[in-house]
Design a protein around this ligand. Sequence first.
Ligand SMILES: Cc1ncc(COP(=O)(O)O)c(C=O)c1O
Length: 384
Amino acid sequence: MLALAGKTYFNYGGQGPLPEPSLAAITASWRTIQELGPFTSDVWPYIERTTATLRQHLAHWFGVGAHRVAFTENVTSGCVLPLWGLPWRSGDELLLSDCEHPGVVAACRELARREGLTMAVLPVQDLRGATAATDAAVLERLEQALTPRTRLLVLSHLLWNTGQVMPIAATAERLRQHGNKPWLLVDGAQSLGSLPLGETGAANAAATADIYACTGHKWCCGPEGLGAVALSERLLSESQPTLIGWRSLSHEGSASSGFHADARRFEVATSCIPLMAGLTQSLLLLEAEGRAGERLAGIQASSRLLWEGLQAIPGLATLLEVPPPAGLVSFTAEGSPEALVQALGQRGIWLRTLDDPHCLRACTHITTSEAEIDQLLEALTDLR
Ligand SMILES: Cc1ncc(COP(=O)(O)O)c(C=O)c1O
């Protein structure tokens, strides 16, 4: 991977490196389109095949039918496009965790302003302990936060700031029992490619959420500019498309046609097919490294090593009190996190800061080696 050569990379939660074979697949796909002739009847079967193959592939990863999967450009559009298409009534309440990404929060705030909705907060940022205790606390707090007007819950699967995992399937089950039938929007930015979804049966977060939005460019190590969202059957039957274009239509050549009944109603217009070839290749490469559960075990082994090493360095404190459930390892440092990140960057070691809580975040993936973790720990010891 070019992105890993000559540097020590811990920013997988920001963007994953693109493997050389995926880069080659993108270039080859671009060539194929030119050779067949863009906008010729020779190229359409190729485009159709490339799109359908990836949709099917992602549906398998999500553990849902392909009709429930729409392509998007990124996580945020996967969250926001279906969100705006839901049947809102003035006075509905939006309940957001305190760990949601600023773009999604801003979209909810604007939706609330335009539709006369109210907003409330579900606190989860302080939950830093073991999974069982965290799960119980989330459900208990949800109980306290739900009101008869709650109509939407926004909760990330893997919190991008603390690295904690949320009990999505149990949360979905609780919402189903609520009289107002709140929608469940799950930001899956940090989960697709790191947490198992389709293999988890009844606990599958992607299958139980109404909107489960992801991207290919983080833990899947695909190219930037291509994401996907899994939508529930209920959402497909009750929502309206929002950003409408020819790809939303069941007969794309006719403006009087109805919208797709499936998730394609949230797709818009021309997009970059070679990116699909690249993401398909990245998914295949990940699969070659083991099943999702096995890959997560590898991610956990290295995040644990890092987490343990951080405990031993004076002046640093991990956010989580237990080894991380996945690959996000956030920690505070005495002094300025920004200065520390900059100093590490000068040594070719790449991590990032976060604003809320103000801390540093290093991510480990299956590509992370013990030597890289040692290098980071040594540099942190040295810079303290
Ligand atoms: C939890 C979460 N949501 C949303 C985003 C934004 O992702 P995108 O640019 O793909 O919309 C990120 C990016 O870091 C994220 O971590």
